[in-house]
Design a binder for this molecule. Structure first.
Ligand code: SF4
Length: 335
């Protein structure tokens, strides 16, 4: 029986950008993460996925909706309660260099959260724990007295992971943890996160723009576009039977190593740029780039529906109430 560790319900995060304008970074997004699973959140830069991560952790106040962690509404906790709960929730950042203080040694970087939470009575015990953490992430104790700039990108991300593990969290938000790394190193970091998950029973929210890597680590995946969740299902169903045109376009951009499949594959060509979240399109937010856009798409926001078991999508192509599904123009599909 799955136990929900995190529930995000109809979350909105809007930013006032002045002159009466509002940037709708996150719009009515709902999903849950079961204890022990990895939930992937995918979409282009600027789609709101990192804002969701930061709002879950209380780094941003919410505009509307709820974030429920282990039964507690995190945005209505007292400061003392927040201090306790945020020990269980940690974050791994995209840029391991920017997120590590260059003037602190690796030992100081990893020990800092332990000091803030007063975890150890003696410096000796604390240092032993730093050594243990370095070994857990594939580094060694000799690295403790060195500075972040002395390490490669992959090693710096390992230091960031060790720091995130310092408080023995149960839930980790990994915000684009591999985007800044070379492809060869990306797989190593993903494998490390998978191993740590099994060893420590961790739950992950894995945020990324690259669907190919997210598949390797996620049990379920939510696809975001311009502040909205457009599809959500198991990792397998998303890859085998994607429904939303945006998901199909993202998937069709990933090269397949098998030349036969690659040759027969349909590519969906996305035209235009991501619109501004300050002035999103009416109806379906994807309609300005969707090859299958119909008349109704400009007028009515597509409902969030469960089309198959545990497979949710927001698209009028699957809306039984829309009778005329003729696209406005010939879809730009390449074989
Ligand atoms: Fe495309 Fe319309 Fe579906 Fe939006 S609702 S994804 S515009 S077909």
């Amino acid at each position: 029986m799955n136990e929900k560790l995190l529930e995000v319900n109809q979350l909105k995060k809007h930013f006032d950008v002045g002159k009466g304008k509002v940037l709708k970074a996150v719009n009515d997004v709902s999903f849950y993460v079961n204890r022990g699973e990895t939930f992937g959140l995918v979409g282009e830069s600027g789609c709101g996925k990192s804002t969701i991560g930061r709002t879950i952790l209380g780094l941003y106040d919410k505009t509307e909706g709820d974030v429920i962690y282990d039964g507690l509404d995190v945005h209505s906790l007292t400061e003392k309660e927040k201090f306790k709960i945020y020990r269980k929730m940690q974050m791994i950042f995209q840029d391991p260099y920017a997120s590590l203080n260059p003037r602190s040694t690796v030992r100081e970087v990893i020990a800092e959260p332990m000091e803030v939470h007063g975890l150890f009575k003696s410096k000796r015990e604390q240092l032993e724990r730093v050594y243990e953490l370095l070994e857990e992430v594939g580094l060694n104790r000799d690295h403790a007295n060195r500075y972040p700039h002395e390490f490669s990108g992959g090693q710096r991300q390992r230091i960031g992971i060790a720091r995130a593990l310092a408080l023995e969290p149960e839930f980790i938000i990994a915000d684009e943890p591999i985007s800044a790394l070379d492809v060869s190193v990306q797989a190593q970091v993903v494998n490390l996160l998978k191993e740590l998950q099994v060893e420590k029973g961790l739950t992950f929210l894995f945020i990324a723009h690259d669907l190919s890597m997210v598949k390797q680590i996620s049990d379920r995946i939510g696809v975001m576009y311009l502040g909205n969740l457009v599809e959500l299902t198991s990792s397998k169903a998303l890859y085998d039977e994607p429904l939303h045109p945006y998901t199909k376009a993202l998937l069709s951009a990933i090269p397949i190593p098998d030349p036969d499949i690659e040759e027969s594959r349909e590519r969906i060509i996305l035209e235009g740029e991501l619109p501004s979240p300050i002035d999103p399109p009416s109806g379906c937010v994807f309609r300005t780039r969707c090859p299958f856009a119909m008349e109704v798409c400009a007028e009515v926001q597509p409902p969030w529906q469960e089309v198959e078991q545990d497979h949710y999508v927001a698209c009028h192509l699957y809306n039984n109430e829309v009778e005329d599904k003729t696209p406005l123009k010939e879809p730009a599909v390449q074989r």
